[in-house]
Design a protein around this ligand. Sequence first.
Ligand SMILES: Nc1nc2c(c(=O)[nH]1)N(C=O)[C@@H](CNc1ccc(C(=O)N[C@@H](CCC(=O)O)C(=O)O)cc1)CN2
Ligand SMILES: Nc1ncnc2c1ncn2[C@@H]1O[C@H](COP(=O)(O)OP(=O)(O)OP(=O)(O)O)[C@@H](O)[C@H]1O
Length: 205
Amino acid sequence: MRCVADEILAEQKSILRREMLARRRVFSAEERKEASRSICARVAQLSVLKAAQTIMLYASMAEEIDLVPFMEKLLADGRRIVLPEITGRGTMEARELPSMDALTDGVFGIATPDPTRGSIVPPEEIDVIIVPGAAFSSDGGRLGLGGGYYDRFLPRAGNAVRVVLAFDFQIVPAVPMGVQDARVDVILTERRMISCNGYYLEEEV
Ligand SMILES: Nc1nc2c(c(=O)[nH]1)N(C=O)[C@@H](CNc1ccc(C(=O)N[C@@H](CCC(=O)O)C(=O)O)cc1)CN2
Ligand SMILES: Nc1ncnc2c1ncn2[C@@H]1O[C@H](COP(=O)(O)OP(=O)(O)OP(=O)(O)O)[C@@H](O)[C@H]1O
């Protein structure tokens, strides 16, 4: 049952989400491309990423960090990639993407791997998850798009390091968090690398 505290939390999230998505919209395509390039170059160097067998990414929507060149590079290097497949209200699974031409239209217009070309991968096989979202805080707080998809999925992926790639303006002092909200471990922007809640990173932060 939803109590008053939940209602207040949902309202606080909704206000911050609206503000953050508006900030993302004013970023020009050129700025986005440039920032995406530098953020992806940095994540490729992370030792947790280099060591990962199975990496979960997402097929970017128009205003998100462009992960396509990074995804192409990982596939060219023979790495195992999985992407979200929405399976119901607030639920998703990870499906293997064997190559870029196996992307098809999915729910909400987000590209997803063709089910005839890649299988569902158990969440516990995933080593690194690149987590999308609207706003993040340095203590690992995350505000998503409001579907609760990652809040439900991340706890099932018990072996995965949760890595956020974000534009620097998406880092805010605090994100309203409830008990069900999943936190992240590492945040990388074009300007900063943040290790959250004492998560140990081999690299200098
Ligand atoms: N690229 C990418 N893929 C992702 C996410 C993401 O943030 N980015 N997700 C991160 O969770 C999940 C999808 N989450 C979503 C949450 C809300 C809406 C959305 O447009 N909601 C509409 C209402 C739609 C409806 O209910 O009919 C809205 O809010 O207006 C879309 C995707 C899984 N895949
Ligand atoms: N583990 C969970 N089990 C059940 N309901 C959940 C869970 N996590 C979140 N929810 C519910 O899902 C709804 C959306 O949650 P929230 O606003 O935190 O999503 P979000 O993290 O922004 O979304 P996303 O992960 O899709 O980007 C809320 O009503 C929340 O109570």
